[in-house]
Design a binder for this molecule. Structure first.
Ligand code: FPP
Length: 262
């Protein structure tokens, strides 16, 4: 399994198209409410938006998309909505699996899956196994995921596999912990997008977002697709990604790159 170095340990290479985009798909409920529809109608339209976004990302050369489908805190919603969301996940996993597989998409579900019903867990296992060797595009769906949970589970795994570290905590480094985090074999997100007007991270990928660029839009998730994705990427392209360095250093390294290319 290829491991990517953390952006705090090594400056990653970046380009005009973000390699990895992370999205908080927010606003399904308000989209539905504004049309006098039940909230679940918004979630169903949200699935269509996700399909469009996967297609658009793959078309423009994004390699990884990680979406927040259900947070560890979403269990606090009314039981009926949680149950409808679970049914929707199972239905989508079954309905879209063959087409995702034939399009070379690797599907991964990240989060504490132990809380889900056996039927959903079985559908997840099957989908992950079937698409395991696909390389054209990576779709990661965070479900019952929380960034704090991720850091805790990684810490536990690290100590289980290296019990001597408990006796020598001074030897614990980022490099020890990082391989145990969810998505340790994906580059860290270059761009974080949140729809629906709120400007917060909501316990998504808090470790992995250390040097990610943030983009917020008031549009609701069911309206998302290629045009809004391109707006987010255009905004990303206005940013100067310094990873702790100064603007002057960036200018010098660009000059050096041009000189070595000539
Ligand atoms: C946030 O909108 C959305 C969710 C909690 C669910 C997102 C799920 C989907 C888009 C379905 C994805 C399906 C699969 C299979 C991955 P909200 O309900 O918080 O909206 P609101 O803020 O307007 O109330």
């Amino acid at each position: 399994m290829a491991l990517f170095k953390s952006s705090t340990q090594e400056v990653p290479t970046t380009g005009a198209i973000p390699k990895h985009i992370a999205i908080v798909m927010d606003g399904n409920g308000r989209w539905a409410k504004s049309r006098l529809l039940p909230r679940v109608a918004g979630h169903k339209k949200g699935v269509d938006a996700l399909r469009r976004t996967v297609q658009a990302c793959a078309e423009v050369g994004v390699e990884y998309l990680t979406v927040f489908a259900f947070s560890s805190e979403n269990w606090r919603r009314p039981a009926e909505e949680v149950s409808l969301l679970m049914k929707l996940f199972i239905r989508v996993l079954r309905k879209d699996l063959e087409s995702m597989h034939s399009e070379g998409i690797r599907l991964r579900i990240v989060g504490d899956l132990s809380a889900f019903e056996p039927e959903l867990r079985a559908a997840i296992d099957y989908a992950q196994e079937l698409t395991r060797n696909n390389t054209r595009f990576n779709l990661n769906v965070a479900a019952n995921y929380g960034g704090r949970w991720d850091i805790l589970q990684a810490t536990r795994q690290m100590l289980i596999q290296n019990p001597e570290l408990a006796q020598h905590p001074e030897q614990i480094t980022e490099a020890n912990l990082q391989p145990h985090l969810c998505l340790s074999d994906c580059p860290e997100p270059d761009l974080f997008v949140r729809t629906g007007g709120e400007q917060r991270v909501s316990n998504f990928l808090i470790w992995q977002l250390a040097y990610t660029e943030f983009y917020f839009t008031d549009r609701y998730w069911p309206d998302f697709g290629k045009p809004l994705l391109m707006e987010a990427i255009a905004s990303y392209n206005q940013r100067e990604r310094r990873f702790g360095r100064t603007s002057e250093q960036l200018g010098l390294s660009a000059q050096a790159d041009r000189a070595s290319a000539n």
